[in-house]
Write a protein that binds this ligand. Structure first.
Ligand SMILES: [Zn+2]
Length: 610
């Protein structure tokens, strides 16, 4: 199409927003250098044989991200984010920055090289163990590569804040973190070096800190709603005395490391290790606190529902352990009098699960001897590991079912855990107390791989990015009509959806004319751009471009959009669109997409729950 033809479109069809750009087309317009794939270090690999056949296993997401040139492994659990991946990271960080700053988050950047001094004060120098990267500098002083920054930020606030009037404070950063994982796996999902957003909140009172917790939870819901991968919020609070307020954000996916238990009746969702459930009957265990190989530090009886295991994680809240100690369980059978005697002679009260009857069954009570096992001497609580099929503890009639998930965010109300250890206090209304804290994390590089994992399965062997975090929202692939690419680029740039210029700085042009047409078309699929505009044979003959839409969660049937026929096959829809109708078509398609997927710029939260 010539500039002359575009001018005639403007004259013929004035007043339609999508055509404003076409009316302003500038024949000397140059495509920005960074939109050109020929300019980018993009080491995509040649297409291999079709996967899915019996002898070739389906590639993992790590394989796919590597093949598509997003990531490059440097060593075990350590990756370079190539330019295309960095664009995804920038978009995720942009959304996080928007939402954190909207609730008063102040961005700062703390060092990655930390002194262990404060870690010794809080006990984490000991408890973090081998996951902590530490080394000596030239003066033989020890340094840590920061895995998280509670100690550092608490030290900063302690040094700089003088009055209660300076609270509340919400400080956050997005930086690289380091963790010496024993078994790094699944690319960016469990790496030894990763990008994390961490926010730390400081409030004068507990009530204000809890209010902050829920304010941040709402901001997190907006963040994940905009990122556009369906997510669930899981209760990570075990509900025991001393349990703190904590929630996890997950993408539900069969490849996830976590198991969530969820009730379809009331929506209660929790991590399996923390979930509460109701169940019947009794099983008895002898719990032994062990240090090292052999040292026994104490024993006590644990009674949990029948066919359930006791949870060391939950029991540790009533029976605290040091990092070098662990709790081991031995199942007690009704005739195991030695086991009962051992438990009965322990100094500590039996732990009886409140999901069971509080009163011990007769055979347990009598085995423990008279005076033991009475209601006053047992510690009741939730001590069992919940399972799929258990009754929901939150509603009547609901049953828990299990699903695998990838954790992408975690928020905690910390109370005075760190402020007490490091004596960060505040004088307010004549009383001095420790400052109340919260911490709030999002795994930024993890989201990149988790989003690829959740969105790309079955997508014709390529990636498929949600629109708001795609490296480019659209790609132009000129197999013919190279001279017209600047006009097509300008036309796309001018399209607005709900008043937003969604394509601005968001279009890639595959001008790598040294590659075959097939290779470039395959790359557009592999790289996972939501919209691909192909200038092919139809463009040369009738000024029609082929538009390919690959948008996760978008439900388009084979139908017509803006009067143009659209054909869908699985995750992909295609249409032949005359250039003069491209703006109207894409505007309508993206508006339609916003009813089923998250549209560019959308801040609503339509995808909570599964
Ligand atoms: Zn329920």
């Amino acid at each position: 199409m010539s500039i002359g033809l575009l001018r005639s479109i403007c004259t013929r069809r004035p007043g339609i927003g999508s055509y404003t750009a076409a009316c302003r087309l500038n024949s000397t317009f140059a495509i920005p250098q960074n939109s050109k794939l020929s300019w980018m270090l993009l080491p995509t690999k040649k297409p291999t044989k079709k996967s899915g056949s019996a002898d070739i296993p389906k590639p993992t997401t790590t394989d796919l991200l590597t093949k598509a040139g997003y990531i490059h492994q440097s060593s075990a659990g350590i990756y370079t984010l190539m330019p295309m991946a960095q664009r995804v990271i920038d978009k995720i960080e942009g959304i996080i920055d928007d939402e954190m700053q909207a609730i008063g988050g102040q961005k700062l950047a703390m060092p990655n090289l930390l002194s262990p001094e404060n870690w010794i004060k809080t006990g984490r120098w000991e408890s973090t163990g081998d996951e902590l990267f530490s080394f000596k500098d030239r003066k033989q002083s020890t340094l840590i590569l920061g895995p998280t920054h509670e100690e550092e930020v608490t030290a900063i606030v302690k040094e700089m804040v003088r009055s209660f009037r300076q609270y509340p404070l919400r400080l956050y950063q997005t930086t690289r973190k380091f963790r010496d994982e024993a078994r790094p796996r699944a690319g960016l999902l469990r790496g030894r070096e990763f990008i994390m957003k961490d926010m730390y909140s400081f409030d004068v009172t507990r009530e204000q800190a809890i209010e902050t917790f829920y304010t941040v939870e709402r901001a997190y819901r907006r963040c994940f709603g905009r990122i556009g991968v369906p997510y669930v919020v899981a209760d990570a609070d075990s509900g025991n005395i001393g349990g703190s307020l904590s929630k996890e954000f997950h993408f539900v996916n069969p490849s996830g490391e976590d198991t969530l238990l969820a009730c379809q009746s009331c929506g209660y969702t929790a991590n399996e290790e923390r979930a509460r459930s109701r169940c019947a009957g009794h099983s008895a265990f002898l719990a032994t606190m062990v240090e090292g190989e052999k040292t026994r530090l104490g024993q006590r009886l644990v009674v949990v529902p029948a066919d359930h295991e006791p949870s060391a994680l939950k029991i540790k809240q009533a029976w605290p352990t040091q990092s070098s100690q662990r709790i081991e369980f031995t199942r007690l059978l009704a005739n195991n009098s030695t086991g009962y005697t051992n438990a009965a002679t322990g100094q500590l009260a039996p732990l009886v699960d409140s999901a069971c009857d509080v009163t011990l069954p007769h055979e347990l009570a009598s085995a423990l001897g008279s005076g033991s096992g009475s209601e006053s001497e047992v510690v009741t609580g939730d001590w069992h590991v919940a399972q799929a099929g258990d009754s929901c503890a939150e509603c009547a009639g609901g049953t828990l079912s299990a699903q695998r998930a990838i954790e992408v965010g975690h928020i905690f109300y910390l109370g005075d855990k760190y402020s007490r250890a490091m004596d960060l206090n505040v004088l307010h209304q004549g009383e001095r107390s420790h400052v109340e804290m919260g911490c709030f994390g999002i795994g930024v590089s993890r989201i990149l791989q988790a989003a690829a994992e959740c969105s790309s399965s079955g997508a014709n062997g390529g990636l498929m990015w949600p629109m708001n975090i795609a490296p480019f929202l659209a790609a132009i692939v000129p197999l013919t009509g190279q001279d017209h690419v600047p006009q097509v680029y300008q036309l796309l740039s001018g399209i607005t959806v709900k008043g937003q210029s969604v394509f601005k700085d968001n279009i890639a042009v595959d001008d790598r004319d040294y590659l075959s047409a097939g290779f470039r078309l395959n790359d557009a699929q592999l790289l996972g751009f939501p919209i691909t505009v192909v200038l092919g044979r139809a463009f040369a003959s009738s000024s029609e471009v082929e538009v390919q839409l690959r948008i996760p969660g978008m439900k388009l049937e084979a139908t017509s959009i803006a009067g143009i026929e659209i054909k869908c096959d699985g995750h992909e829809c295609r249409a032949l669109v005359r250039l003069d109708a491209l703006g109207e078509f894409l505007t309508a398609a993206l508006e339609k997409a916003s009813s089923s997927a998250v549209a560019p710029g959308q801040t609503d939260d339509p995808l909570v729950g599964v």
